[in-house]
Design a protein around this ligand. Structure first.
Ligand SMILES: Cc1cc2nc3c(=O)[nH]c(=O)nc-3n(C[C@H](O)[C@H](O)[C@H](O)COP(=O)(O)OP(=O)(O)OC[C@H]3O[C@@H](n4cnc5c(N)ncnc54)[C@H](O)[C@@H]3O)c2cc1C
Length: 540
């Protein structure tokens, strides 16, 4: 890829080395782009916040090599009644959700993990990429942009007299809930009005006690609480602040021990790692882009953590943004596709925030009468107290989007399962891979596609695969067959972020690829054409 030779100009500046900034940098760095990440703290943030991760986020981490070497960081959900239980003050089961199931991305529906360990792995992966630089101890304080680039001023976090000016073609603000990038660009947030203070206590159990659920939400109006597995060898309790307790008192170590004592978690049975008080909120940015500047992760959205979706949503942002930026910067798509980053991601995350806030209102009810009414309603809905429900699939991408118009499957998450090819058995992305994946069930998906369109698809980083029971690439668990049959199609075109571009009948690939090319507003059609243009000195 051609890069600007100006020494001080990099392709991408990323503000914030939390999970979202690091994954963004890795995704872009793996494509050879020059990325500089600036991070306020001189060393890694030692305390965890996220402690559960979903299947889709694990697939994103799989794509950057985390799961190959570090799958042991993640402990799949287990326990009785699906692993996710909601109970009332009397301990009665109100709702059970199946978090223990294998999910459509090829990974456990939900796993526990320890955020500092994941961030350490992400940082080391980022630093193995020759084109990625991480500058710790630098705080972003000013941003300016023109038609071609963004200028970022940083100061030393410990020594404010030190300052430096960096330039990038684009900038991603992944600088967390109090985002300076959001503030400096004047982007407003829309607030749901939900607000609750919670004490979060992380500890290492010293006994071998087994908990009957992976997560239990104690919907007790006397003291709403959450108990959760937070990765191998660790657990967490969360307690809501009651009106008669100050935030300062809630944050004391003695309070943490007092609140955990009814569960037998005491200094004799546990080593306390830390306790902190957080205000849980639900809000999102009105805009996700200002010119060459984008927001991602907590900078763009915040949600109460009852569904474990904050970081997962941020990793989706990183994945959705990186493929667009890379295609645009390499001339393989027009800059117009960048608009759909915010429209797709905004609607998607707003639905998740609404669900997390609705769940929060159920869990955080402090009025005993309303809590009793809630319990009656939930009991009636449960019917059979042993019923274990399955959460609905993740929301569909918002519109306008880069998806096939009028296709009911488009904008939904695609499936990943095990395949066998060339004697190798593994998940599809590892065995076959590809940025864009065209898959045909029992058919060659490229039948009827012109040589020119095939070349363009290859240039885009696409792979075309025929999945069969006994062919070159075998659908060994029948998971793809089941998916195609349930969705009444034979072809699937999935994007680099695993969302479905479109589906169709056996001979629909020419239509799908032609429409995709149009949607990407592509200015060149193949590597040859691009090389010719470069030789002539004309950038496509
Ligand atoms: C109690 C709790 C429990 C949670 N549980 C879950 C869960 O189970 N699952 C889940 O998916 N999510 C969960 N979340 C949410 C999750 O922790 C966040 O969504 C995630 O950490 C956000 O990542 P990020 O990279 O966007 O932001 P951050 O992790 O906040 O990283 C932002 C980085 O930017 C840096 N920065 C800030 N300002 C500047 C500046 N001016 N210049 C340079 N650098 C700057 C910061 O130092 C920081 O390192 C939970 C959150 C909380 C509080």
């Amino acid at each position: 890829m051609t890069k600007d030779e100006t020494p001080s100009l990099v392709d991408f500046l990323v503000v914030g080395a939390g999970p979202v900034g690091l994954v963004t940098a890795i995704l872009l760095g793996r494509e050879g782009w020059r990325v500089t990440v600036v991070e306020k703290w001189p060393s890694r943030y030692p305390a965890p916040r996220a402690c559960t991760i979903d299947h889709e986020a694990l697939r994103i981490l799989q794509g950057i090599g985390v799961m190959r070497e570090h799958a042991e960081l993640f402990e799949p959900s287990r326990g009785e009644r699906g692993g996710y239980q909601m109970r009332n003050g009397a301990g009665e089961l109100l709702r059970a959700i199946n978090w223990n199931r294998p999910a459509e991305s090829g990974w456990a529906n939900t796993s526990g993990f320890y955020q500092p360990d994941l961030e350490a792995v992400l940082e080391s992966l980022a630093l193995t990429l020759p084109s990625v630089k991480l500058r710790r101890g630098c705080s972003a304080v000013a941003i300016d942009q023109d038609e071609d680039s963004v200028t970022l001023t940083v100061i030393g976090s410990n020594d404010h007299s030190q300052h430096d000016v960096l330039r990038g073609r684009w900038l991603v603000g992944a600088d967390g809930a109090n985002s300076v990038v959001r503030e400096l660009t004047g982007i407003e947030s829309i607030d749901t009005g939900f607000e609750a203070d919670w004490l979060v206590v992380d500890y290492q159990p010293l006994d071998h006690r087994s908990w009957d659920a992976f997560v239990t939400q104690y919907c007790d109006p006397v003291q709403p609480a959450t108990a959760v597995n937070s990765g191998p060898g660790r657990r967490r309790f969360e307690f809501m602040r009651r009106a008669d307790v100050s935030a300062e008192e809630l944050g004391r170590t003695a309070t943490a021990w007092k609140l955990m004592a009814p569960w037998g978690v005491t200094p004799e049975t546990a080593r306390l790692e830390r306790q902190a008080v957080y205000t849980f909120r639900g809000r999102w940015a009105r805009e996700w882009r200002r010119g060459r500047i984008f927001l991602a992760g907590d900078a763009a959205h915040l949600m109460p953590p009852f569904l474990g979706q904050g970081m997962c949503s941020g990793l989706r942002d990183a994945r959705a943004l990186a493929w667009r930026l890379s295609l645009v910067e390499s001339g393989r798509a027009s800059a117009s596709i960048l608009e759909s980053y915010g429209t797709e991601r905004g609607a998607h995350v707003q639905e998740i925030i609404a669900e997390a806030v609705a769940l929060g209102k159920v869990i955080c009810e402090l009025d005993p009468l309303k809590a009793a009414e809630r319990d009656t309603g939930m009991r009636a809905a449960l019917n059979d107290p042993e019923t274990v429900t399955v959460e609905p699939p993740h929301p569909r991408l918002g519109q306008p989007s880069i998806t096939e118009p009028g296709d009911d499957n488009a904008g939904r998450l695609s499936v990943q399962a095990r395949v066998e090819a060339g004697g190798r058995v593994g998940l599809f992305d590892d065995v076959v891979g590809g940025a864009w994946r065209l898959i045909g069930l029992d058919v060659d998906p490229l039948v009827g596609v012109s040589a020119e369109l095939r070349a363009w698809f290859a240039y885009l980083g696409g792979t075309a695969t025929t999945l069969t029971v006994d062919g070159e690439v075998r659908d060994i668990d029948g998971a793809y067959r089941a998916w195609f049959e349930a969705h009444d199609c034979r072809l699937l075109l999935a994007r680099p972020d695993f969302y479905i571009y479109g589906t169709g009948a056996a001979h629909d690939a020419a239509r799908l690829l032609g429409d995709l090319r149009h949607a990407l507003g592509v200015t060149v059609t193949s590597t040859n054409e691009r090389n010719e243009l470069i030789e002539k000195g004309t950038q496509p």
